[in-house]
Design a protein around this ligand. Structure first.
Ligand code: CP
Length: 318
């Protein structure tokens, strides 16, 4: 397939990043730059352009120590669409099982000529640790409950696409706030771009301390429904909990599942997001997840464009 031409415009002098570890550390200008480049890739993909020779000769590796459908595959697709080689690392069949440390493993992979390590790990701070020990770029693809910056970026891009702006919007993150890296990245990104953010869920999953990040807290989805522009429905992360934070999943769904009755009480332009995977019937009913207000699959499409923008800005621009 012939490679398409694409005009990505200038990269301002303020962009000097080698790694993408968190949205906490990015400025509003840096976040907007990534979103702007992702929008150009998104438009090109929508026009049927699939292959660009922007990262020919570069090599990326997916180092995933947790399962993934969306992030792992969209990073692989993004790298290949930019012309880079993609090395797929399997933690379960690697020499980690023989006692090799994570840093040694990563250094050995880097020594094969890798330009970017895309890491997902259950321990917060693992991407930062690698960035301090490797010469190549490191991208955080989710570190425990800490951050998932490209998920935050693709969520924000989806909101910006629908509303044309972030400033002045009210965005509610609903569900398992305590264990959600997506919540943290969304909060940092949305707040920097001027949104009002509400975190909503059972009190066992929404500590009042979240207010220290400048967000509103709520324990009642029904109370906040009429004043939100965007609902981002987060999965209950049972795998990160030592004890169930509510009596039963049925009771959680009664209070927090987004269903048709609740949808009728929202603004007409409400945008429904979910980072996925979704548990149908727990945080959202199937008719709402698949309905016209839902942008859940648009988020996935935007995920490829965001990851193309991130890879290009980190690797293609040196
Ligand atoms: N949203 C998200 O990170 O999905 P995966 O776990 O499938 O990558």
């Amino acid at each position: 397939m012939a490679c398409a031409q694409i005009d990505l415009g200038e990269v301002p002098d303020f962009w000097k990043r080698r790694h993408l570890l968190t949205l906490e550390e990015l400025t509003a200008e840096e976040i907007t730059l990534i979103l702007d480049k992702a929008s150009i890739f998104r438009q090109a993909i929508a026009e049927g352009q699939r292959k660009f020779s922007l990262l020919v000769g570069k090599t990326c590796v997916n180092l995933f120590f947790e399962n993934s459908t969306r992030t792992r595959n969209s990073f692989a697709l993004a790298a290949r669409r930019l012309g880079a080689d993609m090395l797929d690392f399997s933690a379960s069949t690697s020499s980690l099982s023989k006692g090799e440390t994570l840093i040694d493993t990563a250094k050995n992979i880097e020594a094969m000529g890798v330009d970017a390590v895309i890491i997902r790990h259950s321990t917060p701070g693992t991407p930062k640790l690698l960035s301090e020990n490797l010469r190549c770029s490191v991208i955080n693809a989710g570190d425990g409950p800490h951050e998932h910056p490209t998920q935050g970026l693709l969520d924000i891009l989806t909101v910006r696409q629908r509303f044309g702006r972030i400033e002045g919007l009210t965005v509610a993150l609903v569900g398992d706030i305590a264990h959600s890296r997506t919540a943290r990245s969304n909060i940092w990104g949305l707040k920097k771009l001027g949104a009002h953010v509400i975190v909503c869920g059972p009190s066992t999953l929404v500590s009042p301390r979240w207010r220290e990040l400048g967000v509103e807290t709520s324990y009642s989805l029904d109370d906040i429904l009429p004043r939100v522009d965007v609902l981002n429905l987060l999965r209950i992360q049972f795998e990160r909990q030592s004890r169930r934070p509510f009596p039963s999943v049925r009771e959680y769904a009664l209070l927090y599942a987004m269903d048709r009755q609740r949808l009728a009480r929202t603004k007409p332009h409400i945008l429904i997001l979910a980072p996925g995977p979704i548990n149908r019937g727990v945080e959202v009913t199937p008719d709402v997840a698949d309905g016209p207000q839902s942008a859940i699959l648009d988020q996935v499409t935007n995920g490829v464009a965001v990851r193309m923008a991130v890879l290009w800005l980190l690797l293609g621009n040196r």
